[in-house]
Design a protein around this ligand. Structure first.
Ligand code: ZN
Length: 318
């Protein structure tokens, strides 16, 4: 029995959204200088990553690491084909981000009532209104810009503990109705497990269909990759991750960084799922990160172990 004449199915694909320059850099005490941020983003883009969250538009007094985000955006826009993304907590941040020329905005909205008040001093309902206002602003000023809402603390909260799944789903529905193009689920504090990830994303797909967005997993308890795979298995195709797991380190107490981009790309490529990312170039980009943040711990099992003997990537920059 031969399958030789059957047309080859196109390889499955995922979008890896690199969030290190935002989520990673805002989690470390040191501030990476502007030139180093630009060099790191250049190296990340050269690896084939097609979406990078380059910073956030937040008050400088709260996050001095992000003070130069507008300049970082303008630099990143030089890369043709790169989706330049920024986080904005409110309408004012969105105005600055649109002014700088981003392609995509992401707005964090806490599923945990306690986290929402502590983080942005707004209720969840007020944040849904903020998303609605940002969508209106986008429609008026930059209709091509995509607006993503990221449901943070969707899998648990360090302040209130468990977050009821019904509340997470209801919030995702409210955000989709408010006009968000995509609604992702974020394990902000690294409390998720694969069964929970599978269940909650399935409920999201049932409730808001194709508006279901990225899985944003943290590796706090070592389950980042398992959680990404669980999300992939139920249909998620966009994954946030951070080079070197920046912002957290398995050898340091209180590790809380994102899932490691290098390990995530390796997992998918080894499975035959295309990421468009060249692993050798991605490993090389770690040097730009190290140069910009000397002494900051970064990790990643795959870059430390090396690629397995005989491992060959079929395509890069796909
Ligand atoms: Zn995060």
């Amino acid at each position: 029995m031969s399958h030789a004449l059957e047309p080859a199915l196109p390889a499955p694909q995922v979008l890896i959204s690199e969030v290190g320059p935002r989520d990673g850099l805002q989690s470390v005490a040191a501030t990476m200088p502007l030139a180093a941020k630009c060099a790191w983003i250049d190296a990340l883009a050269a690896s084939g990553l097609s979406e990078i969250e380059v910073g956030s538009f937040v008050p400088t007094r709260l996050l001095p690491q992000m003070a130069d985000t507008a300049e970082v955006v303008r630099h990143a826009l030089r890369h043709p084909g790169l989706t330049v993304m920024a986080l904005v907590p409110n309408r004012r941040g969105a105005e600055a981000a649109l002014e700088a020329g981003v392609h995509k905005l992401t707005i964090p909205v806490s599923a945990s009532a306690a986290h929402s008040m502590a983080n942005v001093r707004k209720t969840r309902e007020e944040m849904v209104q903020e998303v609605r206002a940002i969508v209106a602003l986008r429609d008026q000023r930059a209709p091509d810009v995509r607006v993503e809402a990221g449901v943070s603390t969707a899998f648990g909260c360090t302040l209130q503990g468990g977050v009821p799944e019904d509340e997470v789903v209801a919030l995702a529905v409210a955000l989709a109705e408010a006009g968000a193009d995509d609604v992702g689920l974020s394990d902000t504090t690294g409390m998720a497990n694969p069964a929970q990830v599978r269940r909650l994303f399935q409920r999201c797909f049932a409730a808001i269909g194709s508006k279901t967005g990225a899985a944003h997993m943290h590796n706090t308890r070592g389950l980042g990759l398992a959680n990404c795979l669980a999300a992939y298995d139920v249909g998620v195709r966009t994954f946030d991750s951070s080079q070197g797991g920046l912002g957290g380190c398995p050898y340091a107490p209180g590790a809380s960084g994102n899932v490691v981009t290098e390990d995530l790309v390796f997992m998918f490529e080894a499975m035959g799922v295309r990421t468009g990312v060249d692993l050798a170039r991605l490993f090389a980009a770690r040097e730009a990160l190290r140069a910009g943040l000397p002494g900051e711990p970064i990790y990643g099992m795959t870059p430390e172990a090396g690629l397995p003997k005989g491992f060959a990537q079929e395509t890069a920059h796909g």
